[in-house]
Design a protein around this ligand. Structure first.
Ligand SMILES: CC(=O)Nc1ccn([C@@H]2O[C@H](CO)[C@@H](O)[C@H]2O)c(=O)n1
Length: 105
């Protein structure tokens, strides 16, 4: 059973609500999202709902393929983005780029 819900670390809430962050990079456990799907978004820490987003695309990407465009879409520098991913997932090669836009907050 796949979920219509995704969580983000609270520190990214502002960037998602302002539209500054339009992608998230996840591991295989969150590769089930589909383009056109509406998803409810909550904080990871306290499970507080803060918006709904629409998924625009879900694409495989390798860690080594990450570039400045991805960093821009995360509202980070590329070194910051790579550090964030490694902090969350450890050394990881295969990622999923989930693009989204805000629908309701
Ligand atoms: C439980 C769990 O994995 N939660 C996650 C995973 C990822 N992310 C964000 O996605 C981007 C790339 O990973 C970065 O902006 C991350 O902070 C997040 O907010 N919450």
């Amino acid at each position: 059973m796949t979920s219509n819900k995704i969580t983000f670390f609270q520190r990214f809430e502002k960037d998602i609500l302002s539209g500054a962050k339009t992608i998230t990079l996840r591991d295989d456990s969150e590769s089930h999202f589909k383009a056109g799907q509406g998803v409810s978004v909550s904080t990871y820490e306290t499970d507080r709902w803060f918006c709904d987003v629409m998924i625009d695309s879900v694409e495989r990407i390798k860690f080594d393929e990450l570039n400045l465009i991805h960093a821009e879409q995360e509202n980070m520098t590329l070194p910051e983005l790579k550090t964030v991913i490694t902090d969350i997932y450890g050394e990881i090669e295969n990622l999923w780029m989930i693009s989204f836009h805000l629908v309701r907050s």
